[in-house]
Every structure is written in C-alpha cells, then in structure tokens.
Design a protein around this ligand. Structure first.
Ligand code: B3K
Ligand code: ZN
Length: 885
C-alpha cells in the first residue's frame, strides 16, 4: 500500500455543508442512503473522489438525476465523480453487511448491538464520503430497524423525531447542531438498558446523562456516571469548558478495538472501560474507567470542537487529552502516585517504541496505515510534550493559552503548530526550539556531570544531550528540555542561586529550579553552595528523557529517604534496585548467582521506608516494587530475558526473606472486612498489602500460604481476590502449586458469567511466569471462555503472554525454544484477515528482534518473515512487518 506524506497535504476541493443519512438495518444487511450537499472550495475540479470501502452501490444521483456511466466510475473502492458541478446534492444508496464486519470498523454488530467505529477512516465503510477530518458537516441521521430487536436507536446530537413503521419496524431521527468531521459520527441500535442522571452546567443548563448497557450490566454503571460528572465539573473549573448539548450518552459494547471513542454526544465504550463494581472490578479497573470516561468527555473540546486538520496532527487531540485526563486523575487521587504509574509505563513501553523500528515523532511526517499510529508515542509522549509546555508556562499562563486556543480555533480543524502558537502568543515565549519535540523521534539522553569547588563554593552541573538515530532522521538537533531540580545537602535542601541570578529575582520556594537546556551542551553554576550536594534532577520527571548521572549508592539512599520530591524518592529506589539487580545479573553470568547477596543498603532503605510515618501507602508500595522485567530489559544493551527473570527473582526472594516480619505485619494489619471504596487511601492500602503478599508468596511457609488462601476466600472485592489468586498461581513453591489449579478452577466456576472477570482470569494465567507458559496459553485458546473474534479476549491471552510474560515468550518450550514466537505469529496470521488493526498491534514484541542476541533475534525475525509472506496480508500488518525487517 502507499505511503501518505504530511508535505502533500491539500485542503479539500469540496465542503459538505449538510449530510443526511438514512440507515435501515435488516437481518444480515443494512442499507444506507446519503444526501450530501457539496460545495466547491476552489477553482475547477475535473474529478472528485469520494472514499468508500466494502460498499455495494445501488443508486446514485446528482440533483435528483440518475448518473450515466460517463459521469462517474468506481475506482479501487472510491467513487469518482467526473466534472461535478460547483454546488450539488449527491444521493447514493449502498448495501453493507454489519454482521459480516469482523474488523470492528464502520458499522458492525457486537453481540446483539449494532454500533459504529469511524475514527480514523471507518466512515467510508458506511457510505461514500470525503472521509478526512478537515471536512466538517451538519449531520442528520435517520435510523430504522425492527422494534423487537432494536428498541433503542441512537445517533449524535438531539433526538428530533421518532415513530413506528409497518412490519414491526420503527425509526428515530437525530440531528447534531455542531458541525463535525465524519470520524465523530456514531449510531447505535439494539436492546439496551439505560442508567440516567443529569448534570447542571456552570451556566445553569441541564444536561441529561445516559449510560446504555446490556440489562445484566446495569448494576455496574455507578462509577462511570460519577466519573463523568466529576469530569464535567473539572473541565469547567480547570479549563473553563462547558458541555454544549442537552444530552450526553455513553454506550458499552463488548467487541471494541480500543478503549473507547469520543463520538459527538454519543461515546461508544469498550465494556472494560465503563463497567465497574467492587465485586468484579479491580482498583486498576476502577481507575481506568474514571480515566477513560474523563478522557472521552474531555475530547468534546480537545478534539471535537477543535479538531485535527489531518491525521498527522493526531497528537494535537490525543496528547493534549491524555495530559488533561492525567491531571484530572491526579486531582481525583494522588498526583505523585499517578505520575509514578504513568512514567513507569512511558519508560518501559514508549521508550521501547522510540528505540525500535516503528519510532516516529509525535507528529509523523508519513504513514502507510493511520491505524498503526494510535501509539504510545502519539498518546503518552504527546502528553509529556504538553506537560512540558504547561510547566514552562505555569498554571495561569497555560490556562490563558488554552483559552486562546479554544476560542481562536473553535469549529476548526487545525495543526499542532496552532496549539503551540496560542501558548506562545499569551506568554511571549519563543518555542522555536521546543517545536522539535513534534518533529524528531527518539528519546534524548542527558549526561550530567557535576563539579564542586570548596574554595569558591560554586557547584556546577555540566549537561549534554544526545538522541540516537531513528528511522526518520539520523542527525538530531538539540531539544528544549526543562530540568526541574534541587540540591540535597547533609542537612536537607540547599537554597539555590544561579550565578547570573539577581537576589531580588529569586523565587520564594528557593530550593527548586527549572533549568532549561536548549543546546547540545550547557553548564549551570550555583553559587554559595556550602557543601558538595547530591543533585535531585528531573523532578516529577520533568521531561521524557533518559538521565545519566553517576550517583553513588549512598547518594541514592539520601535521595530515597530525604528528597522533597516524591517522584524522585521513587526514582532513587528504582535506581538503587536496578543497580542491585545488575549486580545479580553480573553474578549470574559468572555462574555465581547462588552465592549472591544484594547490597544491604537496598534493604536498609526498604526497612526505613516501611517504618516512615505518613508515607503514602501507594508510594511505599511502588518504592518497594522492583523495576519490572520490561524496564530492566530496556536498560540492557543486549536483552537476555531469561537472565533478567532469574536475577530479579533472586533479589525479590532475598528481600522477601529479609523483610519477612514487616511484610507479614502489613498483611496481618489489613482489615479484610472493610467495605470497598475506590478512594486513593483505600486503593493505596490494598496495593501495599498485595505487594507484600506477592513478596511473601515467593518462598512462603505454610502459614503464609494459608494466609493467602484466607485472603482469596474472604476478599470482599476483586482487587484482593485477584491479587491473592495471582500470588498463589505465580508462586514457585510446591505448597502453592499443589492448590493453585483447584483455586483457578473455583474462580472460573464462580465468575464464568462475568466476561470482564473472565478476561482477568485468562490474563493472569497468560502472565504466569512459571515454566510451561506456551502450553498454558495454547490451552487457554481452546478453553470455552476464549472468543476468537473478541479483542478483549485476544489481548488477555495473546497480548498479555507476548508482552508481559517475557520468560515464557522468549523461553519457548523444552522441545522448541522458538515456540513462543511461533505461537504469536500463528495468532497474527489467523487474525489478520478478520481484524487487521488488532493483528498488527500484536506484532509489536517481535519487531524488537534487534535488541536480542543472534539466536533469539534471528528466530523472531524468522517469524516476521513468515507473517510478511502471508498471502493477502493486510496493509496494517504489512506496514509493521516491513518497517521492522
Ligand atoms: N480517539 C479514539 C481512538 C480511535 C482509534 C481508531 N483506530 C479513542 C481515544 O483516544 O479517545
Ligand atoms: Zn483520545
């Protein structure tokens, strides 16, 4: 397939002023009639091509006249109009087959519900159209269907008319008063129950809120509704953004490629991102619902009112909206904890993407298949870039800037430059160097060296930056990197004064600064520094970079215990633990892992943290948690996943033994009967307890196993129930292994009718790092709980295995060390023709083959070749495979 380039952008030749759709749903087929009011935007147009895919054209008219064969042609799915008039009504009628649509893009059927997914280019599977985000139209949608099958008929905007038809059919007409691009179009038809509430906006307007779900799920809507109302209030208070329709609807469907979709006034959600109740949903699930409901709601301004000019600008709406939802979640819970979680994800997964063959800037210059660009880079790194801008401006100016952006561009389709320009205009700041974050891929590396002169009492930080080559560009220009920092002396934080700062200019919080690096190398000199300090650098993870500084372990102990920045305390623990695990790796490669004893300073830090009063329980949990195998792998020049697993396990086992008493105390002090609440404090308590349990279950005695079983049986919520089962299943102890199969079976028997719980049950087995992983996932695919066309099920088994079970994925079986890779490729090949978006996404772990030794890398590469040679391979998978070979 062809590559699309940003530099080739041309504004649309025609506008579509009005879009009138009539969608008639029948069993096995649906008919879509479209009346489009088209108006030429520029000079003569000899041909106008409308996008279309998998449409059967039944009728076509211009201004109510049928077209003759020389007035149009069908060209590779596209409908090409020859010498169209300046202003005309195009009428088309097409036949589509939602029941056959397994791509889950366009109009499709999920269980009993007809629904749509149009972003990015799915609308062309519904009707012929100018399927691009800079064509914004006024939509009216009439839906008709059998009343018994589909009592509920929904589309964007306001309901303007409904009624009965003959043959047991009925119809509804919806009109959306806001012009929108077709990727925000949605319709839903099915037998749905509704939970209703309402919200009064800041200006006093009433908004009806409706969450539509299958009847059995009505008891799982409270949290989404509460989150929605919190998000609506928050966007008014923090961004001054009010909702703009009288109704806001959410619909939950089980078969969905992503988390959710922000269609105007009619968000469609994956059930996993909307349904929640304590008995079936973990804390992480509750938090995900809150975050995704807010994210989609926030898109109403950052995405819908102000949308993207073209799909190269995707991060304009996604990066900004992720930043907005992260700040919202931070405000609803604990900001530092949220930051730690997001950064851990970014550094493990986005950094890997940035270092791999699919690396791309947050505004790419080209793509083959836009669906492949809904990436961690566009979303999470995009959010980091907005965060840097927000921090450089400070809250007041940033708010002024976003106000200007929304006002200036309301109703427009714009670019990332327009966003940065609004922020520059309100602040007078020069973001010309900063703009490189949008155009250059790769993770910058900072090398920091310090120097202290006792005589002059000057302390200097010498900072250089470099960024490795990525596919789009080998030679990087320096980035604009804000480095939030402080200096820790023996007695605490040191007052800061940079050499050229005037005393009267010093900020009131004089222990914290943001250094701005804009060149390849710069030095920053602090004066009047009484002693050689330990620098606390990149506080709050102030830029998405890798930081190299030669911290001694004693420095790290000081930071872990005493830094005023919560994030950097966590970071110091991670560095300390990483160092110790690297010691274990070195011992392992010398055949000495058995005689290995970890640096006792790590244990000493953990012991002190466990005793520290007032420390957030979630922060304590994350500080105790060793870096993940994925994160450790990212730090290695050649990844040996088996050795990493062994070394990390050894250190964890050692900690579990050494800290047995305080960890057990955490467990014993936990109140199993406390009623569940998804508050930050309670979530933190559960996280700490379950972290302690996981440690203890590494080498448990019978008493610990009994305690784990007690927690499994007496848990009053899914967080505790699942954590206990996971600890039992993952334990290498025979005491646990003897009972784990029965407990897994019991759990399934208890929850088999709760699809989302079954997903968690599948995922925990796919993640099980004990030997035999490939055989286990193969068995799971054959289990009646598995559904081969359901993305959530596929992700829970195949995705989790390949991404979160490195020791088994890379270890294979005794008979075949490549079995994990072969398994993944088999799944990709089987899925590719049915659901190319999901298939292409699954390939990711194989694309990292260059990071492994010759044998593993070669085997991974071999499976990529196999995928590549699959006849009829989708353009989605083809792009990933060909770019990574
Ligand atoms: N905008 C959608 C993503 C749609 C992806 C289509 N392949 C969800 C979101 O980011 O809110
Ligand atoms: Zn989004």
């Amino acid at each position: 397939s062809d590559t699309v380039y940003l530099k080739d952008y041309q504004s649309p030749a025609y506008a579509i002023e009005k879009t009138d759709l009539d969608v008639a749903i029948y069993p096995g087929e649906s008919f879509v009639e479209a009346r489009l009011q088209l108006v030429r935007q520029s000079g003569l147009v000899s041909e106008l091509a409308l996008d279309g895919e998998q449409l059967e054209l039944l009728a076509i008219e211009i201004n109510s006249q049928s077209l003759s064969k020389d007035q149009y042609r069908l060209d590779d799915g596209k409908l090409v109009l020859i010498e169209p008039p300046e202003r005309f009504e195009l009428y088309t009628k097409v036949r589509i087959q939602p029941e056959q649509n397994t791509s889950l893009e366009g109009l499709y059927r999920s269980r009993t519900i007809y629904c749509t997914q149009c972003e990015a280019e799915g609308f062309r599977k519904i009707t012929y159209y100018l399927d691009r985000p800079d064509v914004m139209s006024d939509f009216t949608t009439r839906i008709s269907a059998a009343k018994s099958e589909c009592p509920i008929l929904l589309a964007n905007g306001n309901l303007v008319e409904q009624g009965d038809l003959t043959d047991g059919r009925h119809y509804a007409v919806w009109h959306d008063p806001h012009k929108k691009p077709c990727y925000l179009f949605a319709l839903v038809a099915g037998d749905l129950s509704v939970m209703e509430d309402h919200f009064v906006t800041a200006s006093g307007r009433n908004v009806d809120l409706k969450i539509y779900v299958e009847e059995k799920d009505l008891d799982k809507c409270d949290h989404a509704m509460a989150s929605l109302k919190n998000a609506m209030r928050w966007d008014e208070e923090v961004y001054g953004r009010e909702y703009d329709l009288d109704i806001f609807m959410i619909v939950a469907v089980d078969d969905f490629n992503m988390g959710a979709m922000e269609n105007k006034g009619l968000n469609i959600f994956n059930t996993s991102c909307v349904l929640a109740k304590p008995e079936t949903t973990t804390d992480a699930g509750f938090q995900r619902v809150e975050g995704v409901v807010a994210h989609e709601y926030f898109h109403n301004w950052s995405g819908n009112r102000v949308t993207c000019r073209d799909w190269f600008q995707l991060s304009l709406k996604e990066g900004f909206t992720v930043y907005r939802d992260a700040e919202f979640s931070a405000d609803m819970g604990s900001p530092t904890v949220k930051r730690v979680e997001d950064v851990a994800m970014l550094r493990t997964h986005q950094f890997a993407e940035d270092a791999g063959p699919m690396a791309h800037p947050i505004r790419p210059a080209s793509y083959m298949e836009i669906s492949n660009f809904y990436t961690l880079t566009i979303y999470e790194k995009g959010a980091e870039v907005v965060r840097m801008l927000a921090n450089l401006l400070g809250p007041e100016l940033f708010r002024k800037g976003t106000d200007l952006y929304f006002e200036r561009h309301d109703g427009q389709a714009v670019t990332t430059e327009d966003f940065v320009q609004a922020l520059a205009d309100v602040s007078g700041r020069d973001f010309s160097v900063f703009q490189r974050w949008y155009n250059q891929a790769g993770t910058p590396q900072l090398e920091v060296r310090d120097e202290y002169d006792e005589n002059t009492r000057e302390y200097t930080l010498h900072i250089t930056q470099s960024t490795p080559a990525t596919p789009e560009c080998a030679d990087k220009q320096p980035f604009h990197i804000p480095i939030a920092m402080g200096l820790l002396g023996d007695a605490g934080e040191i007052a800061l004064k940079l050499r050229d700062e005037e005393l009267e200019d010093l900020p009131t919080d004089n222990t914290h600064r943001v250094l701005e690096l804009t060149e390849q190398a710069q030095s920053f000199v602090f004066t009047d520094v009484p002693e050689k300090p330990v620098p606390s650098l990149l506080r709050g993870f102030s830029a998405p970079v890798k930081l190299k500084f030669a911290y001694s372990r004693d420095d790290l102990v000081r930071l872990a215990l005493r830094d005023s920045d919560g994030f950097n305390r966590y970071e110091a623990c991670q560095r300390l633990a990483l160092g110790v695990i690297e010691d274990a790796l070195a011992a392992d490669s010398g055949g000495e892992l058995n005689n290995f004893t970890p640096d006792e300073r790590l244990l000493a830090v953990y012991q002190q943290l466990l005793q520290e009063e007032g420390l957030d329980r979630a922060m304590l949990a994350y500080m105790l948690l060793l870096p993940s195998e994925g994160f450790i792998a990212e730090q290695q020049s050649v990844i040996d996943p088996i050795a990493i697993h062994r070394a990390r396990g050894e250190v964890a086992g050692y900690i579990a033994k050494a800290l047995h008493k305080p960890l057990l105390a955490v467990l014993e002090n936990y109140d199993l009967r406390k009623p569940y609440k998804p508050t930050a404090v309670d979530i933190a308590a559960r996280l700490l307890k379950n972290t302690a349990l996981e440690f203890l279950m590494r080498e448990p005695d019978q008493a610990v196993v009994d305690l784990c079983v007690k927690h499994l049986q007496q848990a009053n919520n899914m967080t505790d129930e699942l954590a206990s089962l996971t600890a039992l299943v993952n334990s290498r102890s025979p005491l646990a292994a003897d009972i784990a199969p029965q407990k897994l079976a019991d759990f399934y028997a208890k929850w088999q009718d709760e699809s989302l719980v079954v997903n968690a049950w599948l995922a925990l087995q796919a993640r099980n790092a004990n030997p035999g992983g490939v055989e286990r996932v193969e068995a799971l695919l054959a289990h009646p709980a598995f559904e081969a066309n359901n993305p959530n099920k596929i992700r829970s088994v195949v995705g989790v295995f390949a991404n979160a079970n490195p020791v088994n994925f890379h270890g294979g079986t005794d008979a075949d060390p490549e079995a994990g890779y072969r398994f993944l490729a088999d799944q990709v090949i089987a899925l590719d023709s049915k659901n190319p978006q999901i298939a292409a996404r699954l390939i990711t772990p194989l694309t990292r083959w260059r990071r492994y030794d010759k044998q593993r890398g070669g085997a991974m590469r071999g499976q990529l070749e196999r995928i590549k040679h699959t006849p009829g391979l989708s353009s989605d998978s083809n792009e990933i495979v060909s770019k990574s070979l």
